[in-house]
Design a protein around this ligand. Sequence first.
Ligand SMILES: C[S@@+](CC[C@H](N)C(=O)[O-])C[C@H]1O[C@@H](n2cnc3c(N)ncnc32)[C@H](O)[C@@H]1O
Length: 243
Amino acid sequence: MSKQAEIDYFENMTEEARRFAQNKPFSAEQRGAYLIDIGQIMGLIPPPPGRLVDLGCGSGWTTAMFSKSGYQALGIDIAPAGIDLARRTFGETGADFEVHDFENMPFNEAFDVAVLYDCLHHAGHPQAVIQATYRALRPGGEVVVVEPGRGHHDSPASQWARETHGTTENDMSPALVIPLLRLAGFSSIRTFPRAQFQVAEKEGTGGIIRFLRPLIGSAPASFIKTIKNSLFIRNNGVVWAKK
Ligand SMILES: C[S@@+](CC[C@H](N)C(=O)[O-])C[C@H]1O[C@@H](n2cnc3c(N)ncnc32)[C@H](O)[C@@H]1O
Protein backbone atom coordinates (compact mmCIF):
# COMPACT_ATOMS: atom_id res chain seq x y z
CA MET A 1 0.00 0.00 0.00
CA SER A 2 2.14 2.86 -1.25
CA LYS A 3 2.00 6.35 -2.65
CA GLN A 4 3.43 4.97 -5.89
CA ALA A 5 0.36 2.70 -6.19
CA GLU A 6 -1.88 5.79 -5.90
CA ILE A 7 0.11 7.46 -8.70
CA ASP A 8 0.10 4.32 -10.89
CA TYR A 9 -3.65 3.91 -10.56
CA PHE A 10 -4.27 6.83 -12.94
CA GLU A 11 -1.29 5.93 -15.17
CA ASN A 12 -2.65 2.43 -15.75
CA MET A 13 -6.30 3.31 -16.24
CA THR A 14 -8.15 1.52 -19.04
CA GLU A 15 -9.93 3.68 -21.61
CA GLU A 16 -13.26 2.64 -20.07
CA ALA A 17 -12.12 3.69 -16.56
CA ARG A 18 -10.88 7.03 -17.96
CA ARG A 19 -14.25 7.70 -19.59
CA PHE A 20 -15.95 6.79 -16.30
CA ALA A 21 -13.70 9.21 -14.36
CA GLN A 22 -14.25 12.02 -16.88
CA ASN A 23 -18.03 11.66 -16.68
CA LYS A 24 -18.22 11.30 -12.91
CA PRO A 25 -20.63 11.69 -11.12
CA PHE A 26 -23.09 10.99 -13.97
CA SER A 27 -21.31 7.81 -15.10
CA ALA A 28 -21.70 6.18 -11.68
CA GLU A 29 -24.55 3.99 -10.51
CA GLN A 30 -24.43 5.92 -7.20
CA ARG A 31 -24.60 9.31 -9.00
CA GLY A 32 -27.52 10.41 -6.79
CA ALA A 33 -25.45 9.71 -3.67
CA TYR A 34 -22.44 11.63 -5.08
CA LEU A 35 -24.61 14.64 -5.92
CA ILE A 36 -26.23 14.56 -2.47
CA ASP A 37 -22.73 14.52 -0.90
CA ILE A 38 -21.66 17.59 -2.86
CA GLY A 39 -24.92 19.34 -2.00
CA GLN A 40 -24.35 18.56 1.67
CA ILE A 41 -20.77 19.86 1.56
CA MET A 42 -21.95 23.08 -0.14
CA GLY A 43 -24.59 23.43 2.56
CA LEU A 44 -21.96 23.18 5.31
CA ILE A 45 -19.22 25.48 3.99
CA PRO A 46 -19.41 29.30 3.87
CA PRO A 47 -21.00 30.60 0.65
CA PRO A 48 -18.82 31.75 -2.27
CA PRO A 49 -16.70 33.63 -3.02
CA GLY A 50 -13.81 32.09 -1.13
CA ARG A 51 -10.55 30.25 -1.74
CA LEU A 52 -11.18 26.51 -1.58
CA VAL A 53 -8.76 23.58 -1.73
CA ASP A 54 -10.14 20.17 -2.73
CA LEU A 55 -7.75 17.47 -1.49
CA GLY A 56 -7.28 14.22 -3.42
CA CYS A 57 -9.44 15.58 -6.23
CA GLY A 58 -8.72 12.71 -8.67
CA SER A 59 -10.27 13.53 -12.04
CA GLY A 60 -11.49 16.85 -10.65
CA TRP A 61 -15.30 16.69 -10.87
CA THR A 62 -15.83 18.00 -7.32
CA THR A 63 -13.35 20.87 -7.84
CA ALA A 64 -15.23 21.77 -11.04
CA MET A 65 -18.53 21.89 -9.12
CA PHE A 66 -17.01 24.22 -6.51
CA SER A 67 -15.53 26.41 -9.22
CA LYS A 68 -18.84 26.61 -11.09
CA SER A 69 -20.60 27.64 -7.90
CA GLY A 70 -18.27 30.62 -7.42
CA TYR A 71 -15.30 29.50 -5.32
CA GLN A 72 -11.71 30.08 -6.39
CA ALA A 73 -11.14 26.33 -6.37
CA LEU A 74 -7.86 24.44 -6.44
CA GLY A 75 -7.88 20.65 -6.76
CA ILE A 76 -4.76 18.82 -5.65
CA ASP A 77 -3.79 15.19 -6.11
CA ILE A 78 -0.63 13.08 -5.90
CA ALA A 79 -1.32 11.50 -9.30
CA PRO A 80 0.04 13.61 -12.21
CA ALA A 81 -2.10 11.64 -14.69
CA GLY A 82 -5.20 12.42 -12.59
CA ILE A 83 -4.34 16.13 -12.54
CA ASP A 84 -3.68 16.09 -16.28
CA LEU A 85 -7.11 14.49 -16.85
CA ALA A 86 -8.73 17.02 -14.50
CA ARG A 87 -7.14 19.97 -16.34
CA ARG A 88 -8.22 18.64 -19.72
CA THR A 89 -11.76 17.79 -18.59
CA PHE A 90 -12.58 20.66 -16.25
CA GLY A 91 -10.02 23.42 -16.92
CA GLU A 92 -12.72 25.45 -18.70
CA THR A 93 -14.72 25.75 -15.45
CA GLY A 94 -12.00 28.04 -14.09
CA ALA A 95 -10.84 25.43 -11.55
CA ASP A 96 -7.07 25.09 -11.03
CA PHE A 97 -5.35 21.76 -10.55
CA GLU A 98 -1.91 21.01 -9.09
CA VAL A 99 0.09 17.92 -8.19
CA HIS A 100 0.80 17.74 -4.45
CA ASP A 101 1.05 15.09 -1.78
CA PHE A 102 -1.66 16.00 0.73
CA GLU A 103 0.56 14.83 3.57
CA ASN A 104 2.88 17.77 2.99
CA MET A 105 1.06 20.46 0.98
CA PRO A 106 3.07 23.69 0.70
CA PHE A 107 0.19 26.03 1.71
CA ASN A 108 0.15 28.43 4.61
CA GLU A 109 -3.11 30.21 5.54
CA ALA A 110 -3.94 30.29 1.81
CA PHE A 111 -7.55 29.03 1.89
CA ASP A 112 -10.92 29.79 3.47
CA VAL A 113 -12.24 26.27 2.94
CA ALA A 114 -10.75 22.79 2.62
CA VAL A 115 -12.69 19.76 1.39
CA LEU A 116 -11.58 16.17 1.93
CA TYR A 117 -13.94 14.08 -0.14
CA ASP A 118 -13.34 10.34 -0.40
CA CYS A 119 -9.55 10.67 -0.13
CA LEU A 120 -8.32 10.59 3.50
CA HIS A 121 -8.84 6.84 3.66
CA HIS A 122 -6.02 6.56 1.07
CA ALA A 123 -3.48 8.28 3.35
CA GLY A 124 -0.65 6.35 4.99
CA HIS A 125 -0.43 9.14 7.58
CA PRO A 126 -3.86 10.76 8.02
CA GLN A 127 -2.60 12.93 10.89
CA ALA A 128 -0.09 14.55 8.52
CA VAL A 129 -2.92 15.33 6.08
CA ILE A 130 -5.04 16.95 8.76
CA GLN A 131 -2.05 18.95 10.04
CA ALA A 132 -1.24 20.14 6.50
CA THR A 133 -4.93 21.08 6.08
CA TYR A 134 -4.82 23.08 9.32
CA ARG A 135 -1.75 24.96 8.10
CA ALA A 136 -3.38 25.60 4.70
CA LEU A 137 -6.45 27.29 6.22
CA ARG A 138 -6.60 30.89 7.38
CA PRO A 139 -7.68 31.42 11.01
CA GLY A 140 -11.46 30.85 11.03
CA GLY A 141 -11.22 28.69 7.90
CA GLU A 142 -13.43 25.60 7.67
CA VAL A 143 -12.91 22.00 6.65
CA VAL A 144 -15.40 19.28 5.70
CA VAL A 145 -14.40 15.61 5.71
CA VAL A 146 -16.61 13.08 3.90
CA GLU A 147 -15.20 9.56 3.78
CA PRO A 148 -16.35 5.99 3.46
CA GLY A 149 -16.62 5.16 7.15
CA ARG A 150 -16.39 2.04 9.21
CA GLY A 151 -16.31 -1.19 7.21
CA HIS A 152 -14.62 0.29 4.13
CA HIS A 153 -11.33 -1.55 4.76
CA ASP A 154 -13.01 -4.97 4.58
CA SER A 155 -15.53 -4.25 1.82
CA PRO A 156 -15.27 -6.38 -1.36
CA ALA A 157 -14.53 -3.25 -3.43
CA SER A 158 -11.60 -2.32 -1.15
CA GLN A 159 -10.21 -5.84 -1.19
CA TRP A 160 -10.37 -5.78 -4.98
CA ALA A 161 -8.66 -2.35 -5.14
CA ARG A 162 -5.87 -3.49 -2.80
CA GLU A 163 -5.27 -6.71 -4.72
CA THR A 164 -5.53 -5.15 -8.19
CA HIS A 165 -3.94 -1.73 -7.68
CA GLY A 166 -2.24 -1.87 -4.26
CA THR A 167 -4.03 1.32 -3.16
CA THR A 168 -4.52 2.16 0.53
CA GLU A 169 -8.11 1.55 1.63
CA ASN A 170 -8.56 2.27 5.34
CA ASP A 171 -11.64 2.79 7.47
CA MET A 172 -11.99 6.54 8.04
CA SER A 173 -14.94 7.12 10.35
CA PRO A 174 -15.70 10.36 12.25
CA ALA A 175 -14.63 8.44 15.40
CA LEU A 176 -11.13 8.26 13.86
CA VAL A 177 -11.10 11.69 12.17
CA ILE A 178 -12.25 13.80 15.14
CA PRO A 179 -9.19 13.08 17.36
CA LEU A 180 -6.93 13.93 14.39
CA LEU A 181 -8.70 17.29 13.96
CA ARG A 182 -8.42 18.02 17.70
CA LEU A 183 -4.73 17.16 17.76
CA ALA A 184 -4.07 19.45 14.78
CA GLY A 185 -5.71 22.37 16.66
CA PHE A 186 -9.20 22.68 15.15
CA SER A 187 -11.43 24.35 17.74
CA SER A 188 -15.07 23.67 16.87
CA ILE A 189 -15.81 20.23 15.48
CA ARG A 190 -19.25 18.91 14.57
CA THR A 191 -20.60 15.73 13.03
CA PHE A 192 -23.68 15.42 10.84
CA PRO A 193 -25.63 12.46 9.46
CA ARG A 194 -24.58 11.75 5.90
CA ALA A 195 -27.49 12.98 3.80
CA GLN A 196 -27.13 10.26 1.14
CA PHE A 197 -27.95 7.62 3.78
CA GLN A 198 -31.24 9.32 4.61
CA VAL A 199 -32.28 8.64 1.03
CA ALA A 200 -30.83 5.11 1.08
CA GLU A 201 -32.90 4.41 4.23
CA LYS A 202 -35.82 3.71 1.93
CA GLU A 203 -34.29 0.24 1.48
CA GLY A 204 -32.59 -0.12 4.89
CA THR A 205 -33.12 0.18 8.64
CA GLY A 206 -35.36 3.26 8.24
CA GLY A 207 -37.81 0.81 6.74
CA ILE A 208 -37.50 -1.43 9.81
CA ILE A 209 -38.26 1.49 12.13
CA ARG A 210 -41.28 2.39 10.02
CA PHE A 211 -42.34 -1.26 10.37
CA LEU A 212 -41.79 -1.21 14.17
CA ARG A 213 -43.62 2.08 14.80
CA PRO A 214 -47.17 0.67 14.67
CA LEU A 215 -46.09 -2.32 16.79
CA ILE A 216 -44.18 -0.55 19.60
CA GLY A 217 -45.55 2.99 19.34
CA SER A 218 -44.13 6.28 18.12
CA ALA A 219 -42.04 7.33 21.14
CA PRO A 220 -40.06 4.04 21.51
CA ALA A 221 -39.56 3.91 17.72
CA SER A 222 -38.22 7.50 17.70
CA PHE A 223 -35.94 6.66 20.65
CA ILE A 224 -34.50 3.64 18.79
CA LYS A 225 -34.03 5.82 15.72
CA THR A 226 -32.15 8.49 17.73
CA ILE A 227 -29.79 5.88 19.26
CA LYS A 228 -29.26 4.22 15.89
CA ASN A 229 -28.52 7.59 14.24
CA SER A 230 -26.02 8.71 16.86
CA LEU A 231 -24.11 5.40 16.65
CA PHE A 232 -24.27 5.57 12.87
CA ILE A 233 -22.97 9.16 12.74
CA ARG A 234 -19.80 8.16 14.66
CA ASN A 235 -19.16 5.47 12.06
CA ASN A 236 -20.42 7.07 8.88
CA GLY A 237 -21.18 10.77 9.39
CA VAL A 238 -19.86 13.95 7.82
CA VAL A 239 -17.36 15.98 9.86
CA TRP A 240 -17.11 19.78 9.84
CA ALA A 241 -14.50 21.78 11.74
CA LYS A 242 -13.28 25.35 12.07
CA LYS A 243 -9.71 26.56 12.64
C1 LIG B 1 -11.11 7.41 -4.18
S1 LIG B 1 -10.20 8.62 -5.06
C2 LIG B 1 -11.31 10.00 -4.93
C3 LIG B 1 -11.06 11.08 -5.93
C4 LIG B 1 -12.05 12.24 -5.87
N1 LIG B 1 -12.07 12.90 -4.58
C5 LIG B 1 -13.43 11.79 -6.27
O1 LIG B 1 -14.33 11.82 -5.44
O2 LIG B 1 -13.61 11.41 -7.43
C6 LIG B 1 -8.89 9.06 -3.92
C7 LIG B 1 -7.92 10.08 -4.46
O3 LIG B 1 -6.93 10.39 -3.47
C8 LIG B 1 -5.69 10.60 -4.15
N2 LIG B 1 -4.55 10.45 -3.23
C9 LIG B 1 -4.13 9.31 -2.65
N3 LIG B 1 -3.03 9.57 -1.89
C10 LIG B 1 -2.77 10.90 -2.02
C11 LIG B 1 -1.76 11.76 -1.48
N4 LIG B 1 -0.78 11.30 -0.69
N5 LIG B 1 -1.83 13.09 -1.79
C12 LIG B 1 -2.81 13.57 -2.61
N6 LIG B 1 -3.77 12.78 -3.16
C13 LIG B 1 -3.76 11.47 -2.86
C14 LIG B 1 -5.71 9.55 -5.23
O4 LIG B 1 -4.79 9.81 -6.26
C15 LIG B 1 -7.17 9.60 -5.70
O5 LIG B 1 -7.36 10.53 -6.74
